[in-house]
Write a protein that binds this ligand. Sequence first.
Ligand code: FAD
Length: 387
Amino acid sequence: MDFAPTDDQLEIERAVESICTRFDDDYWRTRDRDGGFPHDFHAAFAEAGWLGIAMPAEYGGAGLGITEAALMMRTISASGAGMSGASAIHMNIFGLHPVVINGTPEQKARWLPPLIAGTHKACFGVTEPNTGLNTLRLKTRAVRQGDRYVVDGQKVWISTAQVADKILLLARTADPDPKAPSRGLSLFYTDLDRSKVEVREIDKHGRKAVDSNQLFIDGLEIPVEDRIGEEGRGFEYILHGMNPERVLIAAEAVGLGRVALKRAARYANERIVFDRPIGKNQGVQHPLAERWIELEAADLLTMRAAWLYDQGKPCGAEANAAKYFAGEAGFKACETAVLTHGGMGYSREYHVERYLREAMLTRIAPISPQLILSFIAEKVLGQPKSY
Ligand SMILES: Cc1cc2nc3c(=O)[nH]c(=O)nc-3n(C[C@H](O)[C@H](O)[C@H](O)COP(=O)(O)OP(=O)(O)OC[C@H]3O[C@@H](n4cnc5c(N)ncnc54)[C@H](O)[C@@H]3O)c2cc1C
């Protein structure tokens, strides 16, 4: 058992950190207040070659594992960029995993290099307003007409659709079949044709820099060559990418918790009340210590899940556990950071209120805590399926 990062992994963290220092706290506070996608941040990562960290080398990627990608996302988040920075490039890092696994060589050659180079931005279109977490009930319909599909339907919460050139879209190509419940959905990667897709931004709680949207799809035409793998097997294909995505979100949550805790510890040392630093009170320092322990535990779960994935071993329970625990630990760290700052925790000047708003997201998406608990109860503890 070896818990030590390799020299290469440490070097990744150092290099990523050095890019992040160009985008300071004020940069992210302004983005959070005014919105507007952080194109310059995205471009900086593209120019330095980091967007392809986990993509195959033959298409311009670095061919590294989910462990290295997780270290990178944790570092970005911990720099103070938080979920605004992480979500701005999250889709480039692992979003096209289904293409890597199930795409044809022609599709990979067409789609991966521009995503890695940062010339394409992509969004991920799964969630729908009327089906929620019950993905197998998706209603958006793709009807085959000769050499193309015509798509009609609605999606909700689709991040980066304001700036995306492309969409990875899950849509129904056959009626649900109770005998084969995971069949009937197909996966496409295609142009986000704004003449056929109305993109309406959702006004939301945090992470204003990275938009989330309602999509109204009306007659979107998708050439057959933009379908990934076989018709009807799209759900299976996105399942392959779910564990690594949970690991990345977990790493981002740990990073966010760490930056919040760092700020809180600093403030606890500096703020003098009753003639002494507030951190001298155990009522202030113990919650900070508890949060540190929780974040360390969350990090170990996350890195173990990443390691299992990179070893090609099953990691469903571990990836879900990491996402659950890191989401909760990151959120609690941000909450403690706000409380440690007292009234100032509520002001934008100290950044921790922004972290708290962003931390909520790591709990909700891409899967809720309740569904993770149900999954673990069923798959690990042998309880009856409850959803
Ligand atoms: C900022 C943001 C960005 C997002 N980006 C994207 C994106 O880019 N692409 C995309 O496709 N989606 C995206 N999502 C959607 C996200 O993945 C979903 O919001 C999330 O999966 C929850 O689905 P829902 O909102 O429909 O919740 P619902 O399915 O409506 O569930 C509501 C609540 O009920 C609970 N619940 C439901 N059924 C059960 C049950 N059987 N047992 C116990 N509890 C249950 C859930 O756990 C949850 O707490 C994003 C969401 C947010 C907030």
